[in-house]
Design a protein around this ligand. Structure first.
Ligand SMILES: O=CC(=O)O
Length: 331
């Protein structure tokens, strides 16, 4: 398992498939793979509110044994917290399809002996690719140029406004885990200079990028800030008004981590007032809502929390989830 806190498993009832709660909306491949092996209770098929659904499944109202494992999606759609765990006291394993575990109360799961498995590094390369894509798009104005051509403005207005070079940019990465490291490697190949901030400096024998203990100092010495850290109490609004001011009017922000890592109101203010030059955002504070002001900004590129998803990663995550569930049910 990618991450485990105290697993307690026993064999399923003789002859029956083990029961699994399925708390994701789409991903037909994963749902079908689960149904082939388990008795699946699907929240979204049931139409019931979450806690009522959990309580019904725990009471095994549809027959069979109560489910001891749940598959949940990340990104804030469902919070695995004390109320969730109270409603399904039989649960001993939570398998999430997300890399970031901010939607799971790990301490509460550990206290109750509930094992937790995440997506680990399954998506790291996809997210790193997406971060580079957003940055290139903002700097070279690819989406803006696409809109310009489609609107038929080329013949009338001539060239659209100039973009800015990626090579030579000083890139500051906030969070140098597996995703941050892959972003750094990709951008080194573009001729960028990499620096980073994280909880502590990495071993200098393996990582030679300059370490900044202060995000403000990192911003002062960067043209681009890429947010690639997990979301927790220490990293909520790690990019705030002061950091944006330090980044300055030519600076660009890319966020592929969590919306809550960036103070969205301060970001909008900085973009509106020319305090920074642009932003590439895959995540937002109140997904799926995106502030209307961002929608009309030509220097902002927006995607729908999709950095992790590719055809390949969807298949990899299905294999990993099944592997984690099998490991749990086999003890
Ligand atoms: O953002 C998606 C994830 O954490 O997997």
């Amino acid at each position: 398992m990618a991450s485990t806190v105290g697993a307690v498993a026993r064999a399923p009832a003789a002859g029956g498939k083990p029961s699994v709660l399925y708390l994701r909306r789409a991903n037909d491949g994963l749902a079908a793979a689960l149904r082939a092996r388990y008795r699946v209770h699907s929240l979204y098929d049931s139409g019931a509110p979450l806690l009522a659904f959990l309580a019904g499944a725990a009471a095994a109202r549809g027959g069979g044994e109560p489910p001891r494992a749940a598959v949940v999606v990340g990104g804030g759609a469902i919070q695995v917290d004390a109320a969730f765990l109270d409603a399904a006291p039989c649960l001993r394993c939570v398998v999430t399809t997300a890399a970031g575990l901010d939607h799971v109360d790990l301490a509460e799961c550990a206290r109750r002996g509930v094992a937790v498995a995440g997506a680990g590094e399954t998506f790291s390369a996809d997210v790193a690719d997406h971060a580079v894509g957003l940055l290139l798009d903002v700097l070279r104005r690819i989406s803006a140029a696409d809109r310009f051509v489609r609107r038929g403005l080329w013949p009338a207005r001539g060239d659209c406004s100039l973009g800015s070079k990626l090579s030579g940019k000083r890139v500051g990465i906030i969070g140098l885990g597996s995703i941050g490291t892959l972003i750094a490697r990709r951008l080194e190949a573009f001729g960028c200079t990499i620096s980073y901030h994280s909880r502590r400096a990495k071993d200098s024998a393996t990582i030679s990028y300059k370490y900044f203990p202060s995000v403000i100092n990192l911003a002062l010495e960067s043209d681009v800030l890429i947010v690639a850290c997990s979301l927790n109490n220490q990293t909520k609004h790690i990019v705030n008004k002061e950091v944006l001011e330090a980044l300055g009017k030519d600076g660009v922000i890319v966020n592929i981590a969590r919306g809550g890592n960036v103070d969205e109101a301060a970001l909008i203010c900085a973009l509106k007032g020319g305090g920074i030059a642009g932003a590439g955002l895959d995540v937002f504070e109140k997904e799926p809502e995106v502030p209307a002001e961002l929608l009309s900004m030509e220097n902002v590129v927006l995607t729908a929390h999709e950095a992790v998803f590719t055809v390949e990663s969807a298949s990899d995550i299905s294999d990993l989830m099944i592997g984690n569930l099998e490991a749990f049910f086999q003890g």
